[in-house]
Design a protein around this ligand. Structure first.
Ligand code: SF4
Length: 154
């Protein structure tokens, strides 16, 4: 991870991208229908047009923007950025360190409403201790519990 970080910084420096972030490793505490969610946003940039961009650094291969529309982590960041920090207009990006790809998505209000409902549903499941297995060949292949898990797909 440190090597990835170093090579990211080197590439940014070589490309002349020395823009200063507005926030780094910013903690947040967000309320969603009586639940409290806490987390940390890797980076927030403020662009010259006054818009904000939340950036999360990722390892692994990049996903397409269409796949990330329903990404709940980005949904939580978007809710925190809008409701806690009042960042508007806002875009959200995953920056993939291995490939230097930046995938940016927009989370319109209807998508955020869906994310809010999903958060409430997930919390209800956790409270009821409902942990339904969702086997997937790719995920199970790298899972430490695959030899014990009765639902493993490998
Ligand atoms: S092996 Fe079981 S616990 Fe691991 S990812 Fe697959 S379904 Fe989930």
């Amino acid at each position: 991870m440190q090597d990835l970080g170093r090579s990211y910084l080197r590439r940014a420096f070589d490309a002349g991208d020395l823009s200063k972030p507005l926030l780094l490793e910013q903690p947040f505490s967000l309320r969603v229908d009586g639940l409290r969610l806490t987390g940390r946003i890797d980076r927030v940039d403020r662009h010259s047009d006054g818009s904000y961009e939340v950036i999360d650094y990722k390892t692994g291969s990049a996903k397409r923007a269409a796949e990330l529309q329903r990404d709940l982590q980005l949904g939580v960041y978007a809710l925190a950025a809008r409701e806690v920090f009042r960042f508007d207009p806002l875009s959200l990006s995953y920056y993939y360190l291995e490939t230097s790809e930046r995938v940016t998505v927009d989370k319109p209000q209807d998508r955020l409403d869906e994310d809010r409902q999903t958060i409430v549903k997930v919390a209800e499941g956790i409270r009821a201790e409902l942990f339904v297995a969702r086997p997937d060949r790719m995920k199970c292949g790298g899972c430490d519990f695959r030899l014990l898990c009765p639902s493993a797909a490998v």
